[in-house]
Every structure is written in structure tokens, then in C-alpha cells.
Design a protein around this ligand. Sequence first.
Ligand code: ADP
Ligand code: MG
Length: 467
Amino acid sequence: MNTPNNAHYAAPLWEKVLLLLAEQSMVDEVAIDSWFKDVEAVSFEGNTFTIVTPSSLSKDIIRERFSSCICDALKKLCMGDFTLQVIDQSQLELMGLPEKEKSVLEEYTFDNFVVGRSNEIVQAHARRIAESSKVEFNPFFIYGNSGLGKTHLICAIANEKKRLYPHLEIKYSTSEGWLNEFVESLSTEASKIEFKRKYRNLDMFILDDVQLLGKASVTLDELFNTFNELFNSKKQIIFTSDVKPASLIHLQNFTERMTSRFGMGLTLQMQSPDIETRMAIIQKKASLRGQVLPMSIVELIAEKFTDNIRDIEGTISKVLAYRDLDPSNIKEEEEEKEIKEKKVEEREWIMKCAKDILNSTEFVMTPERIIQEVAKYFCVTEEKIRNKGRTKELVQARNVAVYLMQDMKQMSQTEIGKELGNRDHSTISNSLSNVADTLKAESQQGENHLQRSIEDIKHRLNNQLGQ
Ligand code: ADP
Ligand code: MG
């Protein structure tokens, strides 16, 4: 028996299956009309026949009531034993089916994820969660600044889990996606029930950027109920956020009850990648586009972009586009050139790219940006933060700027001092102890003013980057 692996074959075969089911009265025609009308066959690979249903309800019905007669019909038509895979539209995007347009989420795999010192612990645990048949770390909470690979890694978990355990119900949601679905579900009683049923019956629920859900307490209540139900039935929950669970409490409607539960599993931080990891990522991204970048360009990009891998990707695209437009590059393919001449061209090209990259400081987290945002927040001027001035507001703003430069950019005390009107490192060290002492004192008194200011400014900075 031979089954070509494509949808062109799957679709007509599905027609035949439906005809056979009706002809042989395996399923009555009313049922075929109501349950199979919008079902599509999307692939036939090996001995797995995959159909997609419009809703998760029709998926459950077909799985429960009709899968054995569909398999019987397939057996009659193709003379073999088949596994029927029934999925719904929302799962389709995570399945990697060749006939449908590949979503970017499918490209986020472990294979494409470069492991280095900054992310190896998070990656190892992510991998373990994807591979294990047990639920060991629940919830798994990944936090870190924007552009460090959180979304990539959790999608890799979903994709790998799906591959290893195709029968599991896995759902990846962005916070916006989940919120929209929730709001829509409020329109009728039936859709409310369907929404609850869908999320509470999952085997794995992945929610990206949970910090964005703090705006409405009713949304958070629904999230918390779902969380508790899944948690109590030992189903895997994975969240990401730009701050650790305990810090969510400083944002809008999150409550202590929620944040302490979110942090009771395994919480890990994604760190900024070191230079070797950044270079490896750059090479990987170029090779995924079928290109090899000269080492000098790889180094240049890696040195310039230290914090956000999304920026690195943008730059690679720019460089590659630049190269495609470069006429010397096109000529190169037309005729064999002297190696020497080629080298000169390459050097010129690198110089052009270098200029281009060094000129584009948009989207890069710089000390200037941090100072700018802090100044805006405390309603003082940037100049005053950098220079003298010891009013209470200025000292506080300056201390927060120092703290953020260390926290977000891992700058040394000497480097920070240079940014702030050449202050020496002991002054910077005083600022840092001052922030630490205030945070400690506030938390002992059950307050969080400074913490909240810091988180707020961080959010604003991260949001600028994430756009
Ligand atoms: P976050 O969710 O933390 O903001 P993303 O997961 O969206 O970050 O990552 C931004 C981009 O950087 C993505 O295109 C992702 O593929 C890439 N990226 C981040 N970390 C890595 C890594 N370690 N290896 C390969 N690509 C990475
Ligand atoms: Mg993300």
C-alpha cells in the first residue's frame, strides 16, 4: 500500500470516506451533515490521516463517536491500518502541517534555539518539560526582558510536546489572544461555557506575557480559576512575563494570592546573551535564511546589539537585503572574479554595512534611553540627572537610573559613573545600596512605592523595545 504524503491526496480520500460512511450506513446522513460539513482532511502521512474540525466541540464529538468507523472506512479504501488524528483549527497552527501556511510559531523549535550560558538552564528545563510524560515543574514560569527568547522557547516546548505526544491537548495563547477570546465568550451563556471547557480541559496551557493581563480584574479572576483547575488536575501550566511573579503584584490588578501561586513552581530568568551566544545566534539566523555572513559582520552585529535578539534579527535582515541590492554582489555570480578583487569588494561591502548598522541606534537599549525614561517618569530633566543637583526628586531619579543601568544593561559601576557626569564608582555604589535599602525597608513596612516606580519604568522601556 502506498500513500503519498499530501493534502491533494487526503482531500479526495476524505470525500470517499464520507461517501462510504453514508452508503454503508455506518453513520446516518443527518450526522454527516451536522458534524462533517466543515471538516477538512489536511494530511496523510505514513499511516496517520489528519482531519481538522472547525471547533473543539466537533473535534470531541468526532473523536468519541466516529473515529472507529472512519478508520474502518479508511481500511476498506486503502487496505491498511490507520490512525486517525482529529485536531481543531487552533491546534492546526502548532502542528507543522506542510499544506497549510506555516506559522512563525512553528519555526520556534529547540533545533533553532541557540544555547549559551545566558539561557542554558531555562532551555534544559524547557526541554525536560517537553520530553517528559510527567508534570514535574508546575507552573513553569519564565521571565526576562523583551527579545531574549521567551516566546521562542515556550513555542519550542509546545511543538516538541505535540510531536512526542500527539494525543495531548496543548494550547499556546498570547495574552492578547486569550483576552480577546475571553471577552468574546462573554456574549452568550453557551460560549461562556465553551470557553471554560476549552481551557480547563487542556493538558498543557501556555500563556505568553501574562503581565499584560493586569488591566481588568475580571480577566485575572478567570485566568486564576483556570490556573487553579489545571493545577489541581496536575496539568502543565507555562507562563512568561517580563518580571518575576512576585513583581507582578506591582502591576494593576494582580493580587498576592495570584502571584504567590504563579511563583510556586519553577521560576527561571532568561538572561541577556553573552557575546559568543550572540554570535552563534547571528550565524544560525543567517543560515536559516540560507546565507553565510562573513565573520567580521557577525562580530560587528554581536558587539553592537547586546540586549535584544529581536534587534539582532532585524539587523541581519537589513544586512542581507543590503547585500542583495549590492550590484557588485550580483556581478559576482555572473563571472568568476579574481580572488583578490573579490576580497576588496567584500571589504567595501562590510564597511558599508558597518556604517549602516552603527548609524541605526533605533530600538537599542542604551543608557541614554534609560536616563530619558527615568527623567520623564520623575518629571525632571535629563541634564539634571546627569549633572549636579541634590533635591530629593533628583537624587531619587538618579538612583533609579543607576539601578536600571545595572539591572537592564549589566553595566559596571565605572561605566555607569561615566554616563552620569563622570561620577566615581563609589558614588554609584552608594546609589545602589540606597536603592537596595529603600526596597528592603519598604517591603518590611508592606509598601512598594520605589519597587512600583522601577517596574513601571522597566515596562515602558521594554515596551519601546518590543514594538
Ligand atoms: P521574548 O519573547 O523574550 O521577547 P522572542 O522569543 O520573541 O523573545 O525572541 C525574539 C527573537 O529572537 C525571535 O525571533 C527568536 O527566534 C530569537 N531568539 C531569541 N533567543 C534565541 C536563541 N537563543 N536562539 C535563537 N534565536 C533566538
Ligand atoms: Mg515574547
